[in-house]
Write a protein that binds this ligand. Structure first.
Ligand code: GLN
Length: 456
């Protein structure tokens, strides 16, 4: 608005965002700063506005792009050594839509390599630091994007969420983070992790900004056949009356501060006249086990294309073709990427497929059914995002199972394809942000974002 009213120029906004990005360099938020192209675009937008032309709903708004979205600006690395040197020949559909409305990408943000992780410590470029405490993790995998918004470097940032990668870092940094209904935003041009779980979404400072970005980015894309027809822009906001609270999560695993924040918000909702429904969802406790079978299986398939021949980095050590594949993968992938490829191939191999993959797929169906049942009793559900606030750097990175347990409450939504929105819910005594998660039935995204305003 300020730009359209000529009280500030796009060039000023972009310069300020770039200056802030540099000021906060020690947080290790960006893998690339898009200075030249961003300033050029800002000048074009300023010229358009001077001519009295419409420059779009996001005219001159600086944003940060998670480094697993393909665009020809800078290298798309997904924070993985194996993709270094890759300049993408295409632009992701989501990016095209944002830029058609005048948004300007000022930089690419750090993530766990290939989005495998919950802390951004699995990045080839080193960890991103938490916006509120530099000794703690940013959360992950979209840690860079969350911190870029939390430190007010940009107005919004993109993320991907396969099992919590938007919602958990949003919670760790005190911003809004949405994982939409599966298929709402095109995945075309985004580095695939686990295709049946991957969702594109955003980090913002307000629910209204989230709504605007969803209006712009959602919709069917002929290049991604899993995208839904554009329900988002046709949604009529349905006011909620009944809110579900889940009694099944073992209270011992959830931090006391988070339980308190949840109880406070439930009281607030009651005082506003909402009915709180106690839900039993006993199958959710199996979601994590099912996720860490289904997701590596899809990872093993998606990552098999990185062989040193077609994309990015190639090991210098190899004379023979077989060595070239092996050495490239060995040097190019992080330990966590390799672990998932191995688990994935194991659970899909003959003899183990029935015991693991098939069982996990059946569990997934039960989880879908459990959500359907829950949403026959209430409009939305409110839960923690993760069992604890931001943990210390180095605390879990050498213990994969402890790291996987971070995802206990975020992965069920991806298995069911339902939307989840992280809303800020205060801080711990030490000043660390706490977030809660609002969950809705499929395609309720617009109403869910509107409902989030009730918790402010
Ligand atoms: N932390 C989860 C994992 O490592 C989710 C990651 C994501 O959503 N990209 O699988």
């Amino acid at each position: 608005m300020k730009i359209a009213n000529k009280t500030i120029t796009a060039t000023r906004l972009v310069k300020d965002a770039l200056a802030k990005a540099k000021e906060f360099a020690d947080y290790n938020i960006f893998t690339f700063l898009n200075e030249e192209a961003a300033l050029k675009k800002a000048a074009e937008i300023d010229a358009k506005i001077a001519r009295g032309e419409d420059a779009g709903r996001l005219a001159g708004v600086p944003y940060a792009l998670k480094d697993n979205f393909l665009t020809p600006e800078g290298e798309t690395t997904a924070s993985a050594h194996i993709l270094q040197g890759l300049t993408a020949p295409i632009t992701a559909t989501a990016v095209k839509k944002l830029e058609a409305e005048g948004a300007i990408m000022i930089g690419r943000t750090n993530l766990d390599a290939f989005a495998h992780g919950s802390s951004t410590e699995n990045s080839y470029f080193g960890p991103t630091l938490n916006s509120h405490d530099k000794e703690r993790v940013a959360g992950g995998s979209s840690g860079g994007s969350a911190v870029a918004v939390a430190l007010d470097i940009v107005e919004f940032a993109t993320g991907t969420d396969t099992g919590g990668s938007i919602r958990q870092p949003a919670s760790f940094n005190g911003v809004y983070g949405l994982k939409p209904t599966y298929g709402t935003i095109s995945r075309y041009g985004v580095v695939a992790m686990a295709s049946s779980l991957d969702c594109i979404g955003f980090f913002t400072k307000t629910p209204d900004d989230m709504n605007l970005l969803m209006e712009i980015a959602s919709g069917q894309d002929p290049k991604d056949l899993t995208t839904l027809p554009d329900y988002y822009n046709e949604s009529v906001i349905k006011p909620a009356k009944k809110i579900g609270a889940i009694s099944d999560f073992d209270n011992d695993v959830v931090d006391a501060g988070i339980r308190e924040a949840l109880a406070k918000k439930i009281e607030l909702l009651k005082s506003k006249g909402y009915e709180i429904v106690d839900l039993e969802m006993p199958t959710l406790k199996y979601a994590l086990a099912a996720y860490y079978i289904i997701q590596p299986a899809e990872v093993a398939s998606n990552l098999s294309r990185y062989d040193g021949v077609r994309y990015g980095f190639r090991s210098e050590k190899s004379d023979m073709l077989g060595d070239l594949y092996n050495n490239t993968r060995n040097e190019g992938f992080m330990a966590e990427n390799k672990r998932r490829i191995m688990i994935g191939n194991f659970v899909l191999s003959s003899g183990f497929y029935d015991a693991y993959f098939l069982k996990a797929a059946k569990t997934r169906t039960l989880i879908v059914e459990e959500y359907a049942k829950a949403f026959s009793q209430c409009d939305f559900i409110i839960t923690p995002v993760s069992p604890n606030p931001a943990f210390k750097l180095g605390e879990k990175v050498n213990d994969p199972v402890a790291m996987y347990l971070e995802d206990l409450m975020s992965v069920p939504l991806n298995l069911a394809g339902v939307p989840g929105l992280t809303v800020p819910a205060g801080t711990t005594e030490a000043g660390l942000p706490l977030g809660l998660q609002l969950v809705g039935p499929r395609r309720s995204d617009k109403s869910l974002i509107e409902f989030a305003k009730e918790l402010i």
